[in-house]
Design a protein around this ligand. Sequence first.
Ligand SMILES: [Zn+2]
Length: 256
Amino acid sequence: MARLEICQFPMRGDNYGVLLHDAETEATAAIDAPDAEELLAALGEKGWTLTDILITHHHYDHTAGIEAVKRMTGCTVTGPAREAGLIPGLDVEVKEGDTVEIGGAKGRVIETPGHTRGHISYFFPDDGAAFVGDTMFSVGCGKLLEGDAPTMWSSLSKLAQLPPETKVYCGHEYTNANCRFALTIESGNAALQARAAEVEANTQKGAPSLPTTIAQELATNPFLRASSPAIQKQLGLEGRPLDEVFGEVRRRKDVF
Ligand SMILES: [Zn+2]
């Protein structure tokens, strides 16, 4: 049964902050800590006391606020064991299959390397929510800064297997630009065309495009759709291994 109230808010421009709150125990977790001041302000607005920070990866725009927030709240900081030396203030190191508890809510750690070597995602099955940092974006995926295409393809494939209705919270609001690129890869995809129009309208209103869902990403995200005959044809890679097709989509996005 769902327990968590989930609150998403923009930070540092295009980053997102997310708070998870278990009303019964009053436990509250932040996914990453892009900025201390903005995070503390969001907590104050909700009247919640932070008990935990769950870190997805070591990049500065996800960790810059950790030390100040920890000083102010005494919260426990959990993050990827494989990046332990790179994350300031880390208390608890986790790896594939470990469980994190926010009050009574349980989340599972999924290792999703590729953007960074030790990137992890958190999946809360009873709440139907996944927090994927910079591994997957809506209609996009993270840059391969510390991993190769097969590694990232394998990480994205793990996320793609979560239940289709799972709400997906990503680290950044890049969806509008991602849609413009995706249309160059799969211009005839009606679900993508509809998503692009919806996101454009949201952007005009200043409304977020996130969270998304696994089902929506499977239908629209070219980085998950390496098996699409239309994409393979567009890239001249018919029948090639899926991680190779994925790698070519990623390469084109890098120079888009
Ligand atoms: Zn990053």
